[in-house]
Design a protein around this ligand. Structure first.
Ligand code: FES
Length: 627
């Protein structure tokens, strides 16, 4: 490995080091100087989390070879403030522009640069200047608000006191400042990938290039013999039960006998440095026997399809059937029947912080794992089984979560980290690359839905039938919970007398699907609400009116036999309609038909058009145009 001596000024201090010639400026700052406020989000110059000032100019340190920084003057987030926070940092704190915080050091650097380049930048220009920085949490509004506040204070247009905590701030109805924001705007907060421990080893993972194959042989001897390699972990090293999951324990820590998706971990190298660990991966020999793979959940459920797990010969992870009333009778009573098919896609969580963790065995023999897990108690119990240790000998520490959105609920790498720490008796750190994160982390379930809805001319839904098939990918993860929630919420918040729901999670050779915001119900709602919109069009009933006609009210019973009390859906719908200045279209629900709607139940009297008024504005279709 060729080396070079680099010398530069960093945050006002002269530094000189002998480093690997291939090093990036980002690695130099983080690994050699421990300035971990500069983050790595993508490693490809796209996300802006690694932004620094390079000779006064904002640049992305992941794109700069350290050799190019010879003699340069570098300022990182740690060097931005002197004793107090800068106005930009204070403004981020004040306006609530900080959530998970992983993007925030880069955002603060870019915002500082924006105001240095144009102290009068307006909101549009601020947005333009922050275009190279990505945030997954805040929605950007608060960030732009923060930069505008800082700008006005720096220009003397607003009082500096506005950056401080509001004296009459109360918790309810006001913007409460986050207590962890100062550590995020200064880059001081340590995420798992920022952690460094004495004697720490680095882990890299060999992953399957095939979607479905038998492992004929796995030879790690050459990798183990390489200087600097401390251990190579395979499924043979799992001391306890090699199967874990949220609902079904179908996932091995590292592939055992078979691989079931591209990217599945097969072996993990633990070495003194990352480069050695990466080189050692290439020395591992795996012979695969390719097996037929299946990527469509419908095909996976057909007779003769490749079987992923022996316990599930038809590849069904879970089927949730729910019945209420008699749908055939309901459809026979309907004046209009809509049948529709829907397909949703896999979605990547794309949190800015890639998966990362640090494991070590403490002096009392407690195996400790730090990781941004969103479900640490469950992860701890799974680790206890995998490691064959009593629960009091396993500790999970939830490190700051640099964005999760459900994607860090499912455990996918903590097991191999813990085993490596036990085997080497040294701390071990693993940080996924962005490519690894994209290829191997769980996605939102793609779901195909067949939906049938029967309605009367007066808008009352009399029957709903849903057939929901979720692609669970190669392992169960949260699939069972997701199809359960998809079924429970399948009929929406509507009072429907006859309901038939079947939701399925199916194994395929795709990347496993897992938890994601809304946990399976978003897919159901998409189908239900879209079908309602089609009914609305066909019946000539305003979409909000149609929902008000069918909305659950006090005393209604869901299709899961839950009797509801204190239901405020109609009030919420009316408030939304009012807030959006929604003007109801002409109703075709008249006379006797309306009597049906007000019926003997607990539904409040319904009068079309009365509650749905546009206060101002020009009518354009159903929506107000705001000048
Ligand atoms: Fe920006 Fe989380 S606060 S990515």
């Amino acid at each position: 490995m060729s080396e070079l001596t680099v010398e530069m000024k960093v945050n006002g201090r002269q530094v000189k080091k002998i480093v690997a010639a291939h090093m990036r400026l980002l690695d130099f700052l983080r690994e050699e100087l421990y300035l971990t406020g500069t983050k790595e989000g993508c490693g490809a110059g796209e996300c802006g989390t690694c932004s620094v000032f390079f000779n006064g100019v904002l640049m992305k340190s992941c794109l700069i070879p350290v050799a190019k920084a010879q003699g340069a003057d570098i300022v990182t987030i740690e060097g931005l403030a002197d004793k107090d926070l800068t106005p930009v940092q204070k403004a981020f704190h004040k306006t609530g522009a900080v959530q998970c915080g992983y993007c925030i050091p880069g955002m603060v650097m870019a915002s500082t640069a924006a105001l240095q380049e144009n102290p009068e930048a307006d909101a549009e220009e601020i947005r333009e200047r922050l275009g190279g920085n990505i945030c997954r949490c805040t929605g950007y509004q608060k960030i732009v608000e923060a930069v505008e506040l800082a700008r006005d204070v720096m220009n003397g247009k607003r009082d500096a006191g506005e950056l401080e905590e509001d004296p009459e701030e109360t918790f309810i109805g006001s913007n409460t400042r986050r207590i962890d924001a100062p550590s995020k705007v200064t880059g001081a907060l340590k995420y798992a990938g920022d952690m460094v421990l004495p004697g720490m080893l680095h882990m890299q993972v060999l992953r399957s290039p095939l979607p479905h194959a038998r492992i004929v042989s796995l030879d790690v001897s050459a990798a183990e013999a390489m200087p600097g390699v401390e251990a190579v972990i395979t499924s043979a090293d799992v001391p306890g039960v090699d199967g874990f999951g949220v609902f079904v324990n179908d996932q091995p820590v590292l592939a055992r006998d078979k691989v079931r998706f591209v990217g599945e971990p097969v072996a993990a190298v633990v070495a003194e440095d990352l480069l050695t660990a990466r080189k050692a991966l290439k020395a591992i020999k795996v012979d695969y026997e390719t097996l037929p793979a299946v990527f469509c959940p419908h095909a996976a459920n057909e007779e003769g399809a490749p079987v992923l797990h022996d316990y599930a010969p038809n590849n069904i992870v879970k089927h949730i059937p729910i019945r209420k009333g008699d749908v055939d009778k309901g459809f026979a009573e309907a004046d209009l029947i809509i049948e529709q098919e829907y397909q949703t896609q896999a979605v990547e969580h794309a949190y800015l912080e890639p998966e990362a963790g640090m494991a070590y065995v403490d002096p009392d023999g407690v195996v400790t794992v730090h990781s941004p897990s969103q479900n640490i108690t469950h992860h701890r119990h799974m680790l206890s089984r995998i490691l064959a240790l009593p629960i009091n000998k396993v500790r999970m520490v939830m490190s700051p979560v640099g964005g999760g959105f459900g994607g860090k609920e499912d455990m996918i790498y903590q097991g191999m980290l813990a085993i490596a720490a036990m085997k080497t008796k040294r701390p071990v750190r693993l940080v996924f690359t962005r490519e690894e994160s994209l290829c191997t982390s769980a996605k939102r379930h793609p779901v195909s839905i067949r939906y049938k809805m029967g309605v009367k001319n007066n808008g009352r839904i009399v029957a709903a039938e849903m057939h929901y098939v979720a692609d669970g990918g190669a392992y169960g993860l949260s699939t069972e919970g997701i199809v359960r929630k998809g079924a429970i919420l399948a009929a929406g918040p509507y009072d429907i007398p006859n309901v038939k729901i079947d939701t399925y999670g199916i194994y395929t050779n795709n990347t496993p699907s897992g938890a994601f915001r809304t946990f399976g119900s978003m897919q159901s709602q998409f189908a239900t609400e879209s079908t309602l919109d089609i009914c609305s069009e066909k019946l000539g009933i305003d979409p909000i009116e149609l929902r008000l006609i069918n909305a659950m009210t006090d005393g209604c019973e869901t299709h899961t036999q839950q009797k509801l009390e204190r239901v405020s859906l109609t009030q919420v719908l009316n408030a939304c309609a009012e807030g959006a200045a929604w003007e109801a279209g002409p109703s075709r629900v008249r006379g006797a038909e309306r009597q049906d709607l007000n019926g003997p139940g607990t539904r409040p009297p319904y009068t079309p058009g009365v509650t749905l008024r546009a206060e101002t504005g020009t009518k354009s279709g159903n929506k107000k145009e705001v000048a």
